[in-house]
Design a protein around this ligand. Sequence first.
Ligand SMILES: Nc1ncnc2c1ncn2[C@@H]1O[C@H](COP(=O)(O)OP(=O)(O)OP(=O)(O)O)[C@@H](O)[C@H]1O
Length: 227
Amino acid sequence: MTGEALLIGVDLHKSFGPTPALAGASVSVRAGEVVALMGPSGSGKSTLLHCLAGILRPDQGRVHYRDVELTGLSDTARSALRRREFGFVFQFGQLVPELTCLENVALPLRLERVPRREAERRATEWLDRLEVTDVARKRPGEISGGQGQRVAVARALVTNPKVVFADEPTGALDSLNGERVMRLLAESAREAGAAVLLVTHEPRVAAYSDREVVVRDGRARSLEQVA
Ligand SMILES: Nc1ncnc2c1ncn2[C@@H]1O[C@H](COP(=O)(O)OP(=O)(O)OP(=O)(O)O)[C@@H](O)[C@H]1O
């Protein structure tokens, strides 16, 4: 094992009413590594990702990001840390339909008050990197699902995050486009030094990760621990 543990979740529990989604899940992510959360439907993968990203607060257990205990922060402080340090890609891109693809990618920088010209310059670089330069002036409704996910990956990486959280980023794509998006996500994140925590059902997508963690009945264990 090399590299510093950047993000650590310890003994996480989370229930939705009577339904236990997490029942003592622990997982850690080192700087720069790509980790795939795998496991059956309903096993708690998305809930685990959302707790580690500080979107959901676990009922029990702690999440540490570097020297900060995420679970101890106020909602406002957690949101600020998320904007500064994390990037997100979801199954259906979740691009803003009224904005062009270029404006969508520039948006996280504009929210951090980066001047428009500089934000659009950086956004253009990321669209180039993700091989979707040609959609810059189009709106999300005018492009394909695969192009949309590549734009979403560009938007997640444009702020130079330390961790990218990706929940089924290829789930709505055919296998060829899915693999292409995953390859670009893994390569771009590695070049940028960002870690990726990804939820996927597909072994071909998980194959781009450095490590797989199996989630079952709300508990997680790393394959390297059981190998
Ligand atoms: N917001 C919610 N409200 C109520 N129950 C929820 C909520 N989110 C998740 N659950 C329940 O928690 C359990 C774990 O769900 P979760 O989405 O984390 O699993 P998953 O492994 O990501 O599933 P899938 O692979 O099908 O997306 C399931 O029983 C689910 O129905």
